[in-house]
Design a protein around this ligand. Structure first.
Ligand code: GDP
Length: 485
């Protein structure tokens, strides 16, 4: 039930099968325990092993998090990173991975989930760069501690300049043969961006991990969902199979564990939902992202949306003149289909709305079209803009069926969080509507857009999609990308 009581719910449902801990004050973050009221009951439950791993992680984070002696010691050592006198000092009992906020919100959500999974696998503590508006977007995910990297973190003033050229960039050190087990640095920078080299991207391989594992501080800038590649390391793979017996649930479960919108964002989600979606018989989400140089309203993209939704029978066709006569006489109770459109541009939903206003549908069903915002251009790091973006990703995830745009991390988050296999709109080439306009995904997982060219230890000729049976190329990229199935 949405607005009614939740008496019939067992505490286990509220906690998503044990995924969430009950150790939080509900009012401080309404979405954490209320979101289950807005979703159909989930067919994807977390494994017992994942649940116990999360509870252990929560204890680790509490022991090592900001404000603890362990954190203070680790941070202090870091301040003397280049001091010979400190070279042999103990590194402390806790190891950390710092996630730095870069690129758009979809990218950030995917990379934070990836970094968290890597932290789970390697028993590190995740701390997030709070200088951007992360705190206005998400509640704290771990009880009785904080995931925010303290502002007086010793390297804070340098982080923004970290790049491939930085002397402590792992890929660069590897290329220059300037790293080995005899001199373990106190911190390393991992560069997992679309322009990364294989040396950067393959930090997770077994031989790299023997060294990286000993480094107390890792600082990561990433803009790609690198989870599928973690399966290429056999040690991780064994663990991952136990954590996620259903492979395509990795992001779905991690996201539901980690990302709880703040009360402000949750208010935006629920007000839209209650006003436009809750009464519909069926809901469809359509996420329109235009990557071409000439962004904005493009007729061939509009045509593509109509072609995809009609061909895949996601929306009814318009009636011919004769049919309109017939439908007006029928006694069948029409269905209400609510369409939630998200885009930077309002024209796509305006057109769709007009289409279903000007003419009846051949089925007699009623189509209602709603678009919460039309921000025109990306304004990442502007608080309200980012909050709207998150609210819209979240709303999309609450729909019954979803159409998303190829290559868009915004779309990946929306469908994966919803546990939905999307219809992916191919990226148009040379201003033409692609034929076919879209493809149904076979898995709900996000795509790793720029994976390493080959697996750990494999010959370069053997593509990374051929190494393990549960990863394949992404549907929206045809012969590229890496995705779990
Ligand atoms: P991607 O570029 O599609 O992979 O997605 P990102 O989320 O990483 O970056 C795009 C950014 O543009 C978003 O975070 C928003 O700031 C903005 N944006 C793009 N599409 C939409 C949309 O449909 N709604 C809103 N509110 N913002 C959008």
């Amino acid at each position: 039930t949405i607005n009614g009581s939740n008496e019939s719910e067992t505490p286990r449902d509220r906690l998503l099968g044990g995924l969430l801990t009950a150790d939080f004050d509900e009012d401080s973050c309404l979405s954490r325990y209320q979101s289950s009221l807005y979703r159909k009951s989930s067919p994807y439950k977390p494994s017992e092993y994942l649940v116990s791993k999360l509870r252990n992680y929560e204890m680790l984070h509490k022991r090592c998090g900001p404000g603890t002696n362990a954190y203070k010691e680790a941070a202090k050592n870091l301040a003397h990173d280049d001091d010979e006198n400190y070279a042999n000092k103990s590194v402390g009992e806790c190891r950390y991975i710092v996630w730095v906020a870069v690129y758009g919100l979809g990218n950030r959500i995917l990379t934070l989930a990836s970094v968290f999974l890597y932290a789970l696998l390697t028993e590190r503590v995740v701390l997030v760069d709070q200088r951007k508006d992360i705190n206005d977007l998400f509640c704290e995910p771990f009880p009785a501690t904080s995931w925010l990297l303290p502002l007086d973190f010793p390297l804070m003033s340098q982080i923004d300049s970290y790049d491939k050229g930085y002397a402590r960039c792992y890929g660069t050190m590897l290329k220059n043969h300037s790293i080995n087990l005899t001199s373990i640095p106190r911190h390393l920078y991992l560069h997992i961006i679309h322009d990364s080299r294989d040396e950067d991207k393959m930090f997770f391989c077994k031989k790299d991990q023997t060294l990286i594992d000993k480094v107390p501080w890792l600082i990561v800038k990433a803009n790609v969902y690198f989870v599928p590649a973690l399966w290429l390391n056999p040690t991780f793979q064994t663990e991952l199979i136990k954590l996620f017996p259903q492979k395509e649930t990795v992001f779905y479960l991690l996201a539901r564990y980690l990302f709880h919108p703040t009360n402000q964002v949750w208010g935006m989600v629920t007000r839209s939902y209650d006003a436009y979606l809750s009464r519909a018989d069926e809901t469809l989400g359509i996420q329109v992202r235009v990557f071409s140089r000439r962004a904005g309203y493009l007729q061939h993209v509009m045509d593509q949306i109509v072609a995809c939704t009609q061909r895949e029978k996601l929306l009814p066709e318009l009636a011919t003149q004769d049919e309109s006569q017939v439908t007006s006489n029928t006694t069948k109770v029409p269905k209400l289909k609510a369409v939630l459109v998200t885009s930077l541009y309002p024209e796509y939903s305006d057109n769709l709305k007009n289409m279903y206003w000007e003419r009846p549908t051949s089925t007699g069903d009623i189509v209602e079209v709603y678009q919460p915002s039309g921000e025109r251009f990306q304004q990442t790091d502007k608080k309200l803009h980012d909050q709207k973006a998150l609210a819209e990703m979240y709303l999309l995830s609450l729909t019954d069926k979803i159409v998303t745009s190829a290559r868009s991390t915004f779309g990946y988050v929306a469908h994966s969080l919803g546990g939905l296999k999307p219809w992916l709109l191919y990226q148009p080439v040379r201003g033409k509507t692609p034929d076919p306009p879209c493809v149904r995904a076979t898995s709900m997982e996000p795509c790793f857009l720029t994976p390493p060219t080959h697996g750990c230890g494999a010959k370069k000729r053997k593509g990374s999609a051929k190494i393990v049976p549960f990863v394949r190329h992404c549907e929206d990229l045809r012969h590229d990308g890496l995705k779990l199935f």
